[in-house]
Design a protein around this ligand. Structure first.
Ligand SMILES: Nc1ncnc2c1ncn2[C@@H]1O[C@H](COP(=O)(O)OP(=O)(O)OP(=O)(O)O)[C@@H](O)[C@H]1O
Length: 521
């Protein structure tokens, strides 16, 4: 085994084609992958995992020693399961993974007992609880990271792991916390693993992990300052037109080892100016202007999106569009039939295979039932949870046992959005991360939020961590950078002259009053 070079750290802004570039790197590197070693691709969400698998699957046959998964699935498979009990009698050999945090388990304990112990007592109980869970083999979500980090401090484990992993790719590296970073660092120091990390610090919108007190200390920025990493800046934006790229550059000018980050527009399309829609009563009043811009650019409804930080603003947008909306990761692809089928099964307290076996039915019969239910919802024979239960009993002869775990209104919306071609995307900013649309309307809840989004000073943006509320200026950047052709901004509160001036300075077009006195000069 030869020593490997420095890890590569690619810092790239929105629309740079980070995932695209990483997939190309992976395909090249696969030619060098030894059969007895692994290539690991770590992502932060299941949808990112699916996306990479899909892109790779189109180009190559995925070999068995290529692992693509979330950080937790990687750590569980490669460290927690094989190694966390080695040299550690306190962790049971058999592992049972619980999809919740230790604090959730603790909360439930206290809620049930009706007591609220003080901070010290709580921490003591937490550490006892964690020990007891580990002894019984239970691993909570947060413990995956802690156990993996602890295991890898052992020299022998570190060696075994680095012998096993030939390549490590980390997507969305800005979301890597200190624990995962210390694992990456251990692998780097062993010099047997080729490491490639890619991310955009300006798109860091997670809550601060308690060990990161200052934005400058997020691992991606720490690594960019370390000589041990070869940092490369990718300054291309392949997504957005020039006006939007120029606007975005107001917020992302960070200096990396004497190199200032500033994107250039790859497609060279000039585009229309970013627009502030000066309507504050409600979202309905913002729509005509936004839609007029979209019409002018021939942007179809499915390429239009409204995004906001707060879910109550998202709800207002859904109401303004009469529920005729698509959600980013799910509803666009949600099949109404599958949703109804799942709802029926869960309200009968069963699952597909048990249900089909018990009633001598095939999955196809179940689909037919779902279609009948959809028709009944459309014809308003089913209007609420009660009429749902009555319909199921009268039509199929099944008695709903459980409290029905759904809101019929949600199902109705899914059915409507599946049939209506005019639906547009509505989402909160977190869910829309990594996605793009031709036209975006970003709505701030109030002037303070808008001002945060428009803040251009890097020092202020970095200092504003606001752990309690996670109201980061960077949320605005993530929202603005989703747009390909049209970007509109609005605020649900009227804005002061100062804020108008700020928008003006950023080159944003603002409505001028329609009635103006002619100039006397
Ligand atoms: N090499 C390429 N050639 C052509 N198109 C590309 C290339 N790389 C990316 N694109 C296109 O550019 C757009 C942005 O790419 P992508 O979404 O991968 O960027 P990203 O860096 O992951 O952005 P973000 O951080 O904002 O999520 C997409 O429409 C993608 O298809």
């Amino acid at each position: 085994m030869v020593n490997v070079g420095k890890p590569k750290l690619v810092i790239a802004g929105p629309g740079a084609g980070k995932t695209h570039g990483m997939v190309d790197e992976i395909i090249q590197a696969l030619k060098l992958l030894e059969r007895h070693r692994y290539m690991i691709v770590v992502t932060y969400t299941n949808s990112a995992t699916k996306n990479i698998k899909k892109r790779l699957g189109k180009k190559i046959a995925i070999p068995p020693n290529l692992f693509i998964g979330t950080i937790h699935s990687f750590l569980n498979k490669f460290i927690v399961i094989p190694y966390s009990s080695l040299h550690n009698d306190d962790v049971n050999g058999e592992k049972l993974f619980i999809q919740c945090g230790t604090d959730d388990v603790l909360k439930r304990m206290f809620d049930n007992s009706g007591e609220t112990p003080d901070y010290k007592a709580k921490n003591y109980i937490k550490s006892r609880l964690t020990t007891s869970l580990h002894k019984n083999g239970y691993i909570t979500y947060d413990q995956t990271l802690s156990l993996a980090e602890k295991a890898i401090t052992n020299k022998r484990i570190k060696e075994m792991l680095s012998n096993r992993i030939q390549f490590l790719y980390v997507d969305e590296f800005q979301d890597t916390g200190n624990k995962m970073f210390s694992i990456i660092e251990s692998l780097r120091k062993e010099k047997k693993t080729i490491i490639y990390c890619v991310g955009d610090p300006e798109q860091y919108i997670q809550s601060f992990d308690s060990s990161i007190k200052n934005f400058q200390n997020i691992p991606i920025l720490k690594a960019s300052r370390m000589n041990q990493y070869e940092t490369e800046l990718n300054k291309t934006n392949r997504r957005s037109v020039k006006t939007i790229v120029t606007f975005l550059n107001n917020f992302s000018k960070r200096v990396y080892q004497d190199n200032t980050f500033e994107q250039h527009c790859h497609n060279e399309i000039p585009g229309t100016p970013v627009k502030f829609i000066n309507a504050t009563q409600n979202i309905t009043s913002m729509l005509p202007e936004f839609f007029a811009r979209c019409e002018k650019e021939n942007i179809p409804h499915k390429e239009r999106g409204i995004i906001a930080k707060k879910n109550d603003v998202v709800k207002k947008a859904i109401a303004a569009l009469n529920g005729n909306v698509l959600a980013p990761d799910k509803s666009a692809k949600i099949s109404a039939v599958s949703e109804i089928k799942d709802t029926l099964l869960s309200s009968l307290g069963t699952n597909q295979s048990a249900f089909c076996e018990a009633h001598g039915l095939t999955p196809f019969d179940l689909r037919i039932m779902a279609v009948q239910i959809i028709r009944a919802i459309r014809s308003e024979m089913i209007t609420n949870e009660n009429s749902f239960a009555i319909f199921v009993k009268d039509t199929f002869g099944y008695i709903i046992k459980n409290d029905i775990p759904f809101k019929l209104e949600n199902l109705r919306q899914i059915i409507v959005s599946n049939t209506n071609a005019e639906a547009i995307m509505v989402s909160n900013i977190h869910r829309f991360k990594g996605l793009e649309l031709d036209a975006i309307l970003a709505v701030a809840k109030n002037e303070a939020e808008l001002n945060l989004w428009l803040e251009t000073s890097t020092d202020f943006r970095d200092a504003h961590s606001d752990r309690g509320t996670s109201d980061y200026p960077r949320l605005g950047y993530v929202a603005f950078s989703r747009a390909r052709k049209v970007l509109c901004i609005a605020c649900l509160e009227s804005i002061s002259d100062n804020t108008k001036q700020k928008l003006n300075n950023l080159g944003v077009e603002i409505d001028t009053p329609t009635l103006q006195f002619p100039s006397l000069i």
